[in-house]
Design a protein around this ligand. Sequence first.
Ligand code: FMN
Length: 326
Amino acid sequence: MIRTPICDLLDIEHPIALGGMGSASSPAMTAAVSRAGGLGAMGCHYLTPEQVRERTTATRKETNKPFGLNFLLFDVRDDSFAEALNLRPAVMQFAWARQDQDLKPYFDRAHHAGCKVTYMAGAVPEAQRAVKAGADVIIAQGSEGGGHVGWMGSMPLIPMVVDAVGGSVPVLAAGGFADGRGLVAALALGAQGILLGTRFLASVESPLHPNFKQAVVDSDGHDTQLSEIPDIAAGQVWPGAMTRSRRNKFIERWAGREWALRQNRAEAIARLRAARESGDVDEGPLSMGQDAGLIHDIPPAGEIVRRIAEQAEQILTKTLPGLTRH
Ligand SMILES: Cc1cc2nc3c(=O)[nH]c(=O)nc-3n(C[C@H](O)[C@H](O)[C@H](O)COP(=O)(O)O)c2cc1C
């Protein structure tokens, strides 16, 4: 079994974490990852305090293992965050603060509630700022990942973040990791484990419509693109990021005509929501990473954790040792 110091810090068996994924999160998926020995997480963006409580309670009904609640700091709802603090999750998983936002008050409040604090960063200065504010773990997220991402690929970003802050806090690698090979690569880059999003979208417990899960499986990884179009449609101004999502008719219709999308936002968002519910993958947005090209099935989330751990161990103990000569 592969264990790194982060396993003790977060009280988990495998150095494998789930990213909080907004509306693509579910208590069942969060619990399944934690039950399998990883760190589950639930996206709390947009949730009311009641929903935060309900979903945390639902997750706790399915597992007594640690999991995280995820908040996007640039757009945090303080009443929902306060409710999350009352619930005392093992981990508060933060991401995406504004440049001028003070991280320390959020991290301090989380620490006072007994939570470990993780912060997702797509650049070295962002990681350094979070460590200075007291983060316990940095998640270095590369631009090949799904959802909102920064501008650096995982391969250079992760060792850069490890060099900058790895001496003070552990680093988890995110963006483009979908299997045991990814875990071994992340460990070689100096990270203590991986955090995944796209791989878990195609899981039994994922709340996505089956057609969207199948679209992840059908992807060869070349059909994603960085775009502001989903955010423009949602009326959201993200602090310095685009979203990596599946290129579909919706994105193609508005590309280069963002002004027209702003003008027709109400109609576009209504259409988009209907498409998401009906499973129309041409018209509904699907955030996913390039690692969709590595995903070929829709297993239970716990099995994904176990497979990654087993494959990584196999590579480390059987394949790689055979490459060295004494
Ligand atoms: C559908 C989707 C929604 C996401 N929403 C969030 C979110 O609300 N908060 C967050 O911190 N990260 C979010 N992310 C990013 C993930 O936490 C993670 O960094 C990313 O998925 C890693 O790359 P991968 O998709 O290649 O595994 C989202 C990712 C996806 C695919």
